[in-house]
Write a new protein. Structure first.
Length: 346
């Protein structure tokens, strides 16, 4: 038996055990509006003032604020009148609703939806299927029917995805030179944040967001300005409806929702519709080839188990799916961020 003398074993266990507590502190402060209040105030505030503004107990708020200081989400200034709290740069940029890079909406989606599903991770591992039926009493056979179970949930999900692309979108779109492709379809483009990044980066391109009718309606009403004439919409279900001809198809965080058979079915339709010389851009979080990491992608793969029918894959696995559909000259670029890019050409 090997020696454990040099392992900081207890600290590792404590750190991992506290992981869900840490995330809940951040979610709680976001939901209560702590970071928004401190941004709007323009000056540090006492815990009593923050509690009064947000309708919280003084004791509970003080503990929350001090923990946020420990997590470096807030800074504290000690004066003769007591402790005064202010945002750090991180919380101003990523945790306030008004910031262009705000992650508030994805935080709320994780807090109010993903966390509920993860309570049944043991059942998901045992059964090998998502847990919507246990959590929400909704059939697990249609993952997106469950995700979009109400207008409120759909809006929350779309806003959350948009917030992800506000910080990762440009990296994946710039991984390859996409300027030769002027006619682009964003399949499952949702709220349109990636499409907006695309037309910003490639001003000669037009992007059509192809998504379910109710998603397109919300995207038009809430997320994509009519003034963005380079962005158009196509209503449909890309598994059951036809896919129009285009030069490039973007599938961002689409294939990871589905098993290999569904992925092959979709990619075959995309290949058939794609113009000669065109291609498909897959935007996914790539596992190492030996599946030893990255840990974020491993966690996402468990989340796919809990919430969808899919999984995260290696670059070789995505390449194999593309080749099975007919695509060749496959290139892979790791961005060093949360999501990577795989380009297949026809």
């Amino acid at each position: 038996m090997g020696s454990t003398e040099n392992l900081d074993y207890p600290q590792i266990i404590v750190q991992y055990s506290n992981g869900f507590l840490i995330s809940k502190v951040m979610f709680c402060a976001c939901e209560l509006g702590v970071f928004d209040l401190l941004l709007e105030s323009g000056e540090p505030l006492s815990s009593d003032a923050i509690a009064a503004h947000l309708g919280a107990s003084t004791m509970g708020m003080k503990r929350l604020l001090d923990t946020c200081v420990g997590l470096k989400l807030l800074a504290v200034e000690m004066t003769q009148e007591g402790a005064f709290y202010r945002n750090t740069e991180i919380s101003n940029v990523y945790l306030t609703k008004s910031s262009p890079k705000s992650q508030y909406h994805i935080m709320m989606y994780y807090s109010n939806t993903v966390y509920l599903c993860w309570q049944y991770l043991v059942d998901a591992v045992r059964e090998g299927r998502n847990q919507y039926e246990r959590v929400f009493g909704i059939s697990s056979r249609d993952p997106f029917g469950a995700m979009y179970r109400s207008d409120e949930e759909m809006l929350k999900f779309m806003a959350g995805q948009n917030s992800v692309w506000s910080i990762c979108g440009r990296d994946v779109l710039a991984a390859f030179d996409l300027s030769p492709f002027t006619q682009i379809y964003d399949l499952g483009g949702g709220g349109g944040a990636l499409a907006q990044e695309c037309v910003s980066l490639y001003p000669n391109s037009t992007v059509t967001i192809y998504d379910l009718p109710k998603v397109v309606q919300v995207a038009k009403e809430r997320f994509v300005s009519p003034e963005l004439r380079q962005i158009t919409f196509h209503e449909g279900d890309f598994f059951n409806d036809s896919i129009p001809e285009a030069e490039l198809y973007i599938l961002s965080k689409i294939l990871h929702d589905w098993d290999d058979d569904k992925c092959k079915q979709l990619l075959a339709k995309v290949y058939k519709a794609c113009k000669p010389g065109g291609g498909v851009l897959l935007v996914e979080s790539l596992l190492n080839e030996d599946k030893s990491g990255p840990v974020e992608t491993q966690l996402y793969s468990l989340n796919m188990l809990v919430q969808t029918e899919g999984k995260e894959r290696t670059a070789a696995e995505y390449s194999k799916l593309l080749e099975a559909a007919g695509f060749g000259v496959i290139q892979v670029k790791r961005t060093g961020k949360l999501y990577d890019a795989v380009l297949g050409r026809k």
